[in-house]
Design a protein around this ligand. Sequence first.
Ligand code: GLV
Ligand code: GLV
Length: 327
Amino acid sequence: TKPRILVTRAVFPDVVERLAQHFDVEANPNDDIYSKDELVGKLQGKDAVFTTPSSSMTAEVIAACPSLKAICNMAVGFNNIDIAAATRAGIVVTNTPDVLNETTADFAWALLLATARRVTESEHWLRAGKWQKWRYDTLLGADVHGATLGIIGMGRIGQAIARRSMGFDMQVIYHNRSKVAEHLEARANNARYVSKEELLRTADHIVLALPYSPEAHHTIGAAELAAMKPTATLINIARGGIVDDAALIVALRANRLAAAGLDVFENEPAFDPAFLTLSNVVLTPHIASASEPTRRAMANCAADNLIAALTDGTPPNILNPEVRNKG
Ligand code: GLV
Ligand code: GLV
């Protein structure tokens, strides 16, 4: 008999069919949102689970699902999974790195340009019939070219964002847990490693590209917002919780910074409705990796990992290799 797997959310039907060639698949084409108890119920007797960031694989869920051997997340981020609990339970965990780097970097730039140049605000203004005459000071924004780009989190996505700044003649500074190798800095438009304090104080545009972890919680809070230039732009394409949303709302309302572009929120898909009352923010619903080819690549990458995990035991993107070594 085939191993049994659960796909927690709707995904591309052809990827589900691929999985069905190997496994007995319980899919979710209606995209129902399972409660914790429903999820645990559906996972009974399953060998593996194909998850998305909206599926919370907490220590409690993991402990209640003793048949699980693999959790394969369709995302590069994996803060929806308690890796330590999975490792203790001998469960392999995988993610989908690399396939989304360039698409996500493109979107960081879309948000940066839209935010600095007030693109969505301008469109709302035009649609509202406010364009009656030319004025010298209509919707003035900040320049992107020639400015200093500050990147917090200089992994593969941060580096892809930095590379794109060459065409805009920007200086790049970055902060990261550790300095990256010099040849990578060179490729990233000669990015220069600085302290978080220097970055906040001197960058014109700040992009957050770090993974979420408890240590990264509120990397940008009231104190950091106060340290930024009042003309600065803040972009978050990383994860909700890296920014203190309540503090950001206060700062945007007081024009403590010029504007923010946000693809992720604390408690998404819920978010603080005060954001909707602000004109100096560009809001998007967690779509940085959402191009057709990239979302397909992510789904197939997660499927590849799942197939490998349940067949020869060597998923390419294993996050906890110590599980395999236990035998
Ligand atoms: C999306 O946010 C991802 O982590 O891939
Ligand atoms: C701007 O469009 C100008 O004509 O100056």
